[in-house]
Design a protein around this ligand. Structure first.
Ligand code: ATP
Length: 629
C-alpha cells in the first residue's frame, strides 16, 4: 500500500533548485516543414513522413474539393484524395461520410458517429489525413438532411468525404470579449480562408503559420509497445511520463489516450477502464485550475485534440485544490494530496490502465518530488522524454528494483527513454502558460452548462450571499497559506475580497480548530481534515457587520452546491490562484459605470517613487569571506 505519512515526504528548503528544465533540443528527426503549395490551397503539409522529396509533385489543391452548405452549423463537405490532408483550428464536429481518416496515428472509419475536435492555436495542430475505408463494403453515411444540398456527382470522385460543422459549445469562442489575449486562441488573427463570424472552426493555410503536430518517428515504437502492454496486461498497467517543461509529456499521453480509447470503444468487455492522474496543477488536462485530480476517461463521445479542460470525455473521481500552479509553493501539501489520489486508485483494485501526468519540474527539489511519486505510484512503465540537457537528470531518479501491489506480486518497472519534442525547430509559442490559466478560470466562471458559456462580466450578475462565522451554517472556516498565518486581523477582509478561493464542504461531526479574528473564523491548524473540494469561488465583497460574503460561483456547479445537505459547513481556502482581472475591471465596452460608483478592488492612485522599496541588509557570506574566530 502507498504510505501517507508526513515524515515520508521530502522537505523543501528555499535554496532548493526550483528551475524547470526548459531545454528541449533532441529528437533531431522531428521536423516541421511547410511545403510550398499554390495560393488558394487550404492545406499545410509539414509532417516528417512527407519531407523526403517523394511527394513533391503531390496534388495539394483542396479548394475545389470543398462544398460549403451555408446552414446555421456552417457545415462544409470536404472531399479528400489519396495523400491529402487537412489542418483545422477551433472547436468543431466531424463526421466521416465516406472512406476513413488517420488522426494522430489512429484510423477512424466512415460511420454515423460524430467526432468532437478541439484545436486551440496554443498547441501544435494535428493533421486529419486521408485514409481508405477499412472493411469489405465502402458505405456512404450521408445524413438525410444534406442529401438535397449535395448532388451525388459532386462527391463521388473522392474516396474520402468529411462533413465538418460547428461545435455544440455555444459562446465558448467569445472569451476574447472579456479577455482580449485569447481573441485568437481558436482562429488565426487574419485567416487566409475567412469564414463566417459564427463559424467555430477555420481551415488553415501555410500562411497562417501554425505549428503542425506530427508524431515523431522515434515515438512510434514506444507508443505501439505501450499500447500492446495495455491491451495484453492481465493486471493494472501504470504509465507515467516524465520530462522537462514543454518536452511533450501531455501530448505523448494524449496520443496514448486516443489510441486506448478507440480500443475500449471497439471492445465488448468493460474491463479496460482508463484512469488519468492529472498531477500538473499549472497545465492541467482535466482538473480545475490549480488543482490535481483522478479522472475516469469516458470513451464516448469521441473527443480528440486538446480541450483545455472543457471537454466532456471524463468523470472526476477525486480532486484536490492545490491553490497554486506549482508544487513548489507548498510541496508537502501537494505530495499529501498526490498520496491520497494514488491511495484512492489503489483502493479501487483497478484492473485497467492508468496514465500519470506530471509538471516539468525535474531539477533539484523537483527530482525529489518525482522520486517520491514513483515510490507511491509504483509504475509499470516510466517514460522519460529526454533532451541533451535533461538526460543527466535520469540518473538522479531513484527507481526501486521492483514493486508489488495488492493485484500484482512482484514486478520490475520498465524505463522507456525517448527523445523529447524538439523545441528548437518549433515556432514560437503563441500563448503563455499564464494566459491559458486565465482562460481556464474565466471559462469556469462563465460556464452555464456543459455546452453553454456567457462571457458577460461577472459584475453584471448578482453574486451568491453566504453567511460566515455563524454557529450553525455557512462558512465555518477560512484557511490561509502557511506564510499568512500571522495575518493582521484588519487585513483579512482586504486579503479575501476580489480573490479566487477553493470552496470545500465539511461534515459536521468534525470540530474545526478556528480562531475568530475580526469576525472571521480562521482555521488554526493545517492538519488535514476531511474536506471535500467542490469548486472555486470569486469573492466579490464582504459585509463584516452582517457577516456575509458575496461570492461568484461557477453557474455550472451551482446545482451541485445546492444538492448539499442543509447542515453542511463550508470551508474556504485562500491561496495563490490568480483572480481574473478582466472580470473585476472589465473594459468600458462591456460595462458602463455610473460616475458616482466607486469601482471595487481597483485603485487609480499612483504610488510615490520608491514607495514600498525596502532595503534589507543581508548577512550573507560571500565567497572569500571568513568568520572571525
Ligand atoms: N511531436 C510534436 N510535434 C509538434 N509539436 C509538439 C509535439 N509534441 C509536443 N508539441 C507541442 O509542444 C508544446 C508542449 O507540449 P506539451 O504541452 O505536450 O508539453 P508538456 O511537457 O506537457 O508541457 P508542460 O511541462 O508545460 O506540462 C505544445 O504546444 C505541443 O502542441
Amino acid at each position: 500500500m502507498a504510505t501517507d505519512s508526513k515524515q515520508d515526504l521530502p522537505q523543501y528548503t528555499k535554496d532548493s533548485d526550483s528551475d524547470s528544465d526548459s531545454d528541449s533540443s533532441s529528437c533531431s528527426n522531428v521536423g516541421s516543414l511547410y511545403t510550398s503549395s499554390s495560393k488558394g490551397t487550404p492545406v499545410v503539409l509539414n509532417s516528417e513522413e512527407y519531407d523526403d522529396g517523394e511527394d513533391d509533385d503531390m496534388e495539394t489543391e483542396l479548394a475545389d474539393n470543398i462544398h460549403y452548405v451555408g446552414d446555421e452549423d456552417e457545415t462544409m463537405f470536404v472531399g479528400l484524395n489519396e495523400r491529402q490532408k487537412l489542418h483545422l483550428s477551433g472547436v468543431f464536429r466531424l463526421q466521416i461520410v465516406k472512406g476513413g481518416i488517420i488522426y494522430n496515428n489512429v484510423h477512424y472509419n466512415a460511420s454515423r458517429e460524430i467526432l468532437n475536435f478541439w484545436h486551440p492555436l496554443s498547441q501544435s495542430i494535428p493533421t486529419i489525413d486521408f485514409s481508405h475505408f477499412a472493411g469489405w463494403q465502402d458505405t456512404v453515411f450521408m445524413p438525410k438532411s444534406n442529401r438535397f444540398n449535395i448532388g451525388d456527382d459532386e462527391l463521388k470522385p473522392f474516396p474520402c468525404v468529411l462533413r465538418i460543422f460547428n461545435s455544440n459549445h455555444n459562446g465558448l469562442l467569445e472569451a476574447g470579449h472579456l479577455y482580449r489575449d485569447v481573441n485568437y486562441l481558436w482562429k488565426p488573427r487574419e485567416p487566409y480562408f475567412p469564414l463566417n463570424e459564427r463559424a467555430t472552426y477555420h481551415l488553415l493555410h501555410e500562411s497562417d503559420k501554425v505549428q503542425s503536430l506530427s508524431v515523431p518517428r522515434c515515438w512510434l515504437t514506444p507508443l505501439e509497445k505501450l499500447y500492446m502492454n495495455h491491451k495484453n496486461s492481465t493486471y493494472d498497467t501504470r504509465i507515467m511520463v516524465l520530462g522537462g517543461k514543454n518536452s511533450g509529456k501531455s501530448t505523448f499521453l494524449r496520443l496514448l489516450l486516443e489510441k486506448f480509447t478507440q480500443d475500449i470503444r471497439n471492445s465488448t468487455t468493460n474491463q479496460e477502464e482508463l484512469i488519468y492522474l492529472d498531477l500538473d496543477p499549472g497545465q492541467p488536462e482535466f482538473s480545475l485550475p490549480d488543482s490535481i485530480s483522478l479522472n475516469k476517461i469516458v470513451p464516448k463521445p469521441i473527443t480528440l485534440g486538446q480541450h483545455l479542460c472543457q471537454g466532456s470525455n471524463f468523470e472526476t473521481l477525486l480532486q484536490f485544490y492545490n491553490g497554486s500552479s506549482s508544487p513548489q509553493d507548498e510541496p508537502s501539501l501537494y505530495l499529501n494530496c498526490v498520496g491520497k489520489l494514488i491511495n484512492h486508485l489503489e483502493e479501487q483494485a483497478f484492473f485497467g490502465t492508468s496514465l500519470l501526468n506530471l509538471p516539468g519540474w525535474i531539477k533539484g527539489f523537483g527530482m525529489q518530488i518525482l522520486n517520491h511519486i514513483i515510490k507511491e505510484y509504483k509504475p509499470t512503465h516510466i517514460v522519460f522524454l529526454e533532451t541533451a540537457n535533461s538526460k543527466r537528470h535520469l540518473d538522479e531518479l531513484t527507481i526501486p528494483q521492483s514493486f508489488s501491489t495488492s493485484l500484482r506480486d512482484v514486478y520490475v518497472p520498465e524505463v522507456v527513454r525517448i527523445p523529447a519534442h524538439n523545441l528548437s525547430d518549433a515556432l514560437p509559442a503563441r500563448f503563455h502558460a499564464s494566459q491559458l490559466r486565465t482562460f481556464k478560470i474565466l471559462a469556469l466562471f462563465h460556464k452555464e452548462t456543459q455546452f453553454d458559456y456567457d462571457f458577460a462580466p461577472l459584475l453584471k450578475s448578482a453574486p451568491l450571499q453566504v453567511s460566515y462565522g455563524d454557529e450553525k451554517c455557512g462558512i465555518r472556516g477560512i484557511q490561509f497559506p502557511l506564510e499568512f498565518q500571522n495575518l493582521n486581523p484588519e487585513d483579512i477582509r482586504s486579503s479575501l475580497e476580489g480573490t479566487v478561493i477553493g470552496i470545500h464542504s465539511n461534515f459536521r461531526e468534525q470540530s474545526l480548530d478556528v480562531k475568530n479574528l475580526d469576525t472571521f473564523p480562521i482555521l488554526q491548524s493545517r492538519t488535514p481534515f476531511v474536506k471535500n473540494f467542490m469548486t472555486l469561488g470569486l469573492i466579490h465583497s464582504i459585509d463584516t457587520l452582517q457577516q456575509v460574503m458575496n461570492i461568484y460561483v461557477p453557474p455550472c456547479h451551482m446545482q451541485n452546491l445546492d444538492k448539499q445537505p442543509e447542515d453542511i459547513q463550508w470551508i474556504i481556502v485562500r491561496n495563490k490562484t490568480e483572480a481574473p482581472f478582466c472580470d473585476l475591471l472589465p473594459s468600458s465596452c462591456s460595462i458602463t459605470w455610473d460616475a458616482s460608483i466607486q469601482i471595487p478592488f481597483a485603485t487609480f492612485e499612483r504610488r510615490k517613487k520608491l514607495e514600498h522599496v525596502w532595503k534589507v541588509r543581508k548577512n550573507v557570506m560571500r565567497r572569500g569571506q571568513f568568520m572571525k574566530r
